[in-house]
Structures are given as C-alpha cells and as structure tokens.
Design a protein around this ligand. Structure first.
Ligand SMILES: C[C@H](O)[C@@H](O)[C@@H](O)[C@H](O)C(=O)O
Ligand SMILES: [Mg+2]
Length: 420
C-alpha cells in the first residue's frame, strides 16, 4: 500500500527560507508511506515550497500504480529496471522525462523504497552499481569506471567510518541570513552561530546590490577574515549581470556564488565560472538541476566548481549515486543542498557515503545545514560542533512524527485551519 500526504509548514510567516526568487516559501513535502504485506514501512518525501504541492501529490498517485503489488525483493533485485519503469513509462515520460514534477514524485517514491531497503541489508559496490541507470551518461562515465571507483575506495574505508563516527561530516549554515531577515536578526543569529562553533556561512543575495553590499560587509565583519562565506542568488541574474554583480561583492571573499542564473543555462554557468575564477570565486549549483544528464554536461563544460546534489530533486539515491561518481571522475567536490523539510535528514546519508565510499576526501567539501523543522522527524539530524554526526537509526531518516503530519496536512490540518 502507498499513501501520500500534502504536508506544509507556514515558514513564510517569519521569512524563513526566503531568497531573491522565493520571497514567501512555506516549506512543504509530498510525504509518502509504503506499507508491505508483512507490515514493514518505508518513508519518503520530496520537498516543495508551498503552492503546487498538491500537483506533486497527484504525480505520486499516478506513479503508485507502478509500485503497488510489487515486493521489495522484486524491486531491488532489478533496481535499475525499476528506476526505468518509473522514469520511462511509455505514457508518463511525456510529462518529464526525468524532470519537473514527475521527477520530484519519482524521488518521493524511491526515497521511501530506499528507506525500506536500507533497514534490511548491506550493499556492496556491485549491488550499488546495479541501481544506477547509466543511460545517457556512458560518454562521461561507464559502468566499469563507476565500479572501479567504488572498489578503489574500499581501501581505508574503515578508518573513514571511524573518523566520521568520532568527528562527523563538516557542515555550513544558511540559517543566519535569509533574504527577508532584518540586519538585527542576522547579527543575532550570526553571533549565536559563532558561539555554537559554526565557521562557514551562506548569505542570500541578488535582489538589491546595495543591500547585498551592506549585508555581506556586516557578516564578513562578524565572522572575521578566516571563516568561510558563500553567497546564493537563487537564479536571479542574466549571465552578464551575474558577473558584474558578483565582482562588486568580491571584496567580501565569497568561496562561491550559488545559482547565479537559470539552472538550465550550462554555457552561461561556464562563462560565469571563467569570468569569476581570477577573483577566486567558484560557481555552485544543483538544487534545481533536474537530472544526471544536466550534471554530466555541467561537469563536461567546466560550468561548476561545486556540485550541489539534492536528495529530492534527482531520482533518489539511484540518480544521486550516478552524480557522485561523475563528480569524482571530474574531480569536482560535492557540497549537497539541504535544509527545507527533511533534506538534511536525507542528504547526510549521501554525503557520508560520498566520503566513505567514493571521494575519500574532505577538501573543499561541506554539507549545508538549516535549522528549521527537524523537530517533526522521528530521527532528526544530530549536529555537533558544526558537523553532521552519522545517523544511528536504520533507514533513510525521513519518517515524520504522526502528529506533525496530522496537524500540518494542507488544508485540513489544525495549523492551517488556525491560519484561515
Ligand atoms: C526557497 C529555499 O529556501 C531556498 O532559498 C534554499 O533551498 C536555498 O537555495 C539553499 O541553498 O538553501
Ligand atoms: Mg541555494
């Protein structure tokens, strides 16, 4: 059985999550629960920012016919085939393929399948490779190359596991500087974050240059010259505009500019990367990069210096594995997008896997953290001294509390009734 719910949180009331393009996000999920005949549960979700979640829910319902009636064993014994079944259905692929709402729905369903599967058994390199659909990427990465990467990374694996259990995976915070926050709130949150041991901060930019100069200068002053600053424009600019705008912010020494322009403009990102390289500023993108084929081209065109995988935008673990392996081959660090609802909970698994089993490196790598809505999860992320501590509970960590789902269902949950 598969059920899906439209669950929304009224985060726009306090401007949490606001940026230059999404000025009033209500962090939301299409929340999927799969129940097997044996009574086992798998929980999955995909993230949205409010209106339109009902469309993702519809798409999940349309896909559910392809899942219901199959056993977990049937699915995972040919996971590549099952991935293709969902993404390449002869009629439904027309509304993708492998992008937009239907890919978000694929992510929600497959995240639930991975949750179910993760609870049951270990996975060796060959098994993992057999989950990836290599269609359209063999010109960049063959199946054999992917396997070689995983086999090579078996060396030193246990040390990395021990290191992660002890130290955790380095994180940065975006919680201090949403675009709609006042300077006063920004200062307060930044002071708190510094006290809590944070050393890497992301600031929203892109709506107004004078505001950006003021906010970047303020935050740089507060964090000092040695801490790390990143800026994020959420696709606000044209290519030329991105270059001039970011050049004006260069004195604040951002490590990267995130989503400077349309997420589909690969050559535009390449031009921006080239123009900003002499200033020591890289280009980061990925939260709206809709599939492995796009990532392949970004990598081939040297259009990004930081790969921001997203646990709910791509087709779940299956497609994210392909991107992690391609990024490794192209020697580009992966710094996942997180935050939203449940994205931190999900993506911590992927980035730990990247370090332990793929890249074996922490150079220029860190995972985003945003401090909202974790209290609604059964196994929320654990952050210690600005590091993600490895999750201890089995599964993919995105089971929500029943009471949270109930009260935040849209539009009938109590939280939304009270706001009417
Ligand atoms: C609307 C959202 O909060 C975005 O602003 C957010 O995902 C952001 O781009 C990020 O990098 O965290
Ligand atoms: Mg972003």
């Amino acid at each position: 059985m598969l059920t899906v719910s439209d669950v929304r949180f009224p985060t726009s009331l306090e401007q949490h999550g606001s940026d230059a393009m999404h000025t009033d996000p209500d962090y939301s999920v299409a929340y999927v629960v799969i129940e097997t005949d044996q009574g086992m549960h798998g929980y999955g979700l995909t993230f949205t920012v409010g209106r339109g979640t009902e469309i993702v829910v519809c798409a999940v319902e349309a896909l559910s016919a392809l899942v219901v009636g199959k056993s977990l064993e049937e699915i995972v014994s040919d996971f590549r085939g099952f991935y293709r079944l969902l993404t390449s259905d002869g009629q439904m692929r027309w509304i993708g393929p492998e992008k937009g709402v239907i890919q978000l729905a694929t992510a929600a369903v497959l995240n639930a399948v991975w949750d179910l599967w993760a609870r049951s058994e270990g996975k060796d390199p060959r098994k993992l490779i057999s989950c990836i659909d290599f269609r359209y990427i063999t010109d960049a990465l063959t199946e054999q190359e992917a396997l070689d990467i995983l086999v090579k990374a078996q060396t030193g694996k246990q040390q990395r596991v021990d290191q992660m259990l002890k130290e955790g995976y380095p994180a940065y915070t975006t919680s201090c500087a949403w675009l709609g926050y006042s300077d006063q709130l920004l200062k307060q949150l930044c002071t708190d974050a510094l006290n809590d041991g944070w050393t890497k901060f992301k600031v929203k930019v892109g709506a107004d240059l004078e505001d950006d100069i003021r906010r970047c200068s303020l935050i740089r002053q507060m964090i000092g010259p040695h801490n790390t600053l990143m800026i994020d424009a959420n696709q606000r600019w044209d290519v030329g505009e991105a270059i001039t705008w970011v050049t004006r912010l260069a004195e604040y020494k951002p490590l990267w500019i995130e989503e400077p322009t349309s997420p589909d403009d690969i050559l535009g990102h390449a031009a921006i990367s080239k123009a900003l390289a002499p200033l020591g500023i890289g280009v980061a993108t990925g939260e709206q990069c809709h599939n492995r084929v796009m990532f392949k081209q970004f990598l081939q065109a040297s259009a990004l210096q930081f790969v921001q995988i997203d646990s709910c935008r791509l087709g779940s673990v299956n497609e994210n594995l392909a991107v992690l392996l391609m990024a490794h081959k192209f020697k580009v660090p992966v710094c996942p997008h997180a935050g939203g609802v449940g994205l931190c909970e999900l993506v911590q698994h992927l980035i730990l896997f990247d370090y332990i089993s793929v890249s074996a490196s922490l150079d220029n790598r860190m995972c985003e953290f945003v401090d909202h809505l974790h209290q609604h999860f059964r196994s929320p992320v654990v952050i210690q001294n600005a590091h993600y501590m490895p999750p201890k509970d089995p599964g993919y960590s995105c089971e929500m509390l029943e009471s949270s789902v109930q009260t935040h269902q849209y539009p009938q949950g109590q939280v939304w009734k009270n706001l009417q």
